[in-house]
Write a protein that binds this ligand. Structure first.
Ligand code: SF4
Ligand code: SF4
Length: 386
């Protein structure tokens, strides 16, 4: 038996330091860590101690005999990574960062934002002695994108907030909610009381497509739609016209996959999540039967991660549709498939979807590759995409 890392892995590497045989990779000191979609356990080296599963904040690690059918594929994905990246010999402990000298007094740090980046920053600081942290967020609730960005059907990912409780309970930590920098307190005031200010507020504006028709009613940024179904107070009053049968999503990263799932999933399944009530009411009346995702690049370069792409295939009542013709690879893509296991898996999954039947009565998530919009059509609202 060995343990297996599954879909919800968020690459925080909490498991790496506790593994007694160094069989979880890539670790933060390895170059592949920067681009890895998830970490992997080497099944040949794992000794089944379970320490990594206890350390994982999002319950992504399971023994291989406890995987449900939708997770079985991850045993193969974990093992396949080691075909290209042989596990290093022996256990090399991570070298801890030296503690700052104690004779300098207390370091006071303000963190603006209370999302995951802010919380991880606070945790890193508070693990050192003589540090005090004050955290500020303009919203009345903490955890930023964990609340307003993570899809409601991914509760395992949301469990990461439990790992922040340690910081939030410390005497050296204070949290100021509903406090906006620039309105309730200024940057200069923060600097009067702190030695350093960390801005962990994220990027809240959208990137424009730059095509005609982009501002027509019926064209929305994913940020807006995601924040709406997650109950973000700034977006709760938005309305979305779901009366048509087909929605088009420009882009095929993991957020695009989230939106596609929310638009096609069985609403009764969504009702068992923490999706906002107003979104559930609107989705119950939705007529959307097909969601088309446009990706500028081919299936070898698609922006989604393999675990999320794989999980789409398990949605009840939904078919994932890929056109065989899109799977003809150009020489550069073909070489990437030969050289990189993750790229090979990405193309293999697309080809598996291409071979599946499209069942009558099922809703559909359709992937179109090498396709970008040149214009949104319509006079007073979007009626089509060229
Ligand atoms: S079960 Fe133990 S040996 Fe196996 S990966 Fe987890 S920590 Fe390492
Ligand atoms: S602790 Fe869990 S989420 Fe973090 S890297 Fe390991 S498996 Fe992924």
């Amino acid at each position: 038996m060995s343990y297996v890392i599954t879909q919800t892995c968020c690459n925080d590497a909490s498991c790496v330091a506790v593994c007694p045989v160094n069989c979880i990779h890539p670790s933060p000191d390895e170059p592949e860590f920067a681009t890895a979609e998830m970490l992997h356990i080497d099944p040949k080296t794992c000794i089944d101690c379970g320490a990594c599963a206890d350390a994982c904040p999002v319950e992504a690690i399971l023994p291989d005999d406890k995987l449900d059918p939708s997770q079985m594929r991850f045993a193969e994905i974990n093992a396949a990574w080691y075909e290209d990246h042989p596990a290093p010999e022996g256990w090399k402990p991570l070298v801890p960062t030296p503690a700052p000298p104690r004779d300098r007094g207390t370091l006071r740090v303000a963190i603006v934002g209370a999302g995951p980046a802010a919380c991880y920053a606070a945790q890193e600081l508070l693990e050192r002695s003589e540090v005090e942290v004050e955290m500020f967020d303009r919203l009345p609730t903490p955890f930023g994108l964990v609340r307003a960005g993570v899809a409601p059907d991914h509760p395992g990912t949301k469990a990461v907030t439990e790992s922040f409780e340690w910081s939030f309970r410390r005497e050296e930590f204070a949290l100021h909610l509903a406090t906006e920098v620039g309105r309730d307190i200024t940057h200069a005031e923060l600097l009067e009381h702190h030695h350093a200010v960390i801005y962990a507020t994220g990027a809240s504006s959208d990137r424009r497509l730059g095509v005609a028709g982009e501002d027509l009613p019926g064209s929305h940024a994913a940020t807006e739609f995601v924040a709406w179904y997650n109950g973000h107070p700034d977006y709760a009053d938005r309305t979305f016209d779901l009366s048509g049968e087909r929605a088009v999503i420009v882009g095929n990263g993991n957020v695009a996959l989230d939106v596609a799932r929310i638009l096609t999933m069985d609403v009764d399944e969504l009702a068992r999540t923490d999706i906002a009530d107003h979104a559930l009411t609107a989705l119950r009346k939705s007529n959307i039967r097909e969601v088309v995702l446009l990706g500028r690049r081919g299936p070898a370069q698609a922006a989604y991660s393999n675990p999320e792409f794989l999980a789409l295939g398990d949605l009840t009542g939904v078919d994932v549709v890929v056109d065989d013709a899109d799977l003809e690879l150009d020489p550069v893509s073909a070489r990437a498939v030969e050289e990189d296991a993750a790229t090979a898996l990405r193309v293999r999954l697309a080809s598996e979807y291409a071979g599946r039947p499209v069942r009558p009565g099922h809703r559909r998530i359709v992937f179109r590759y090498l396709a970008a919009p040149s214009e949104l059509l319509g006079d007073d609202h979007v009626t089509g995409v060229r």
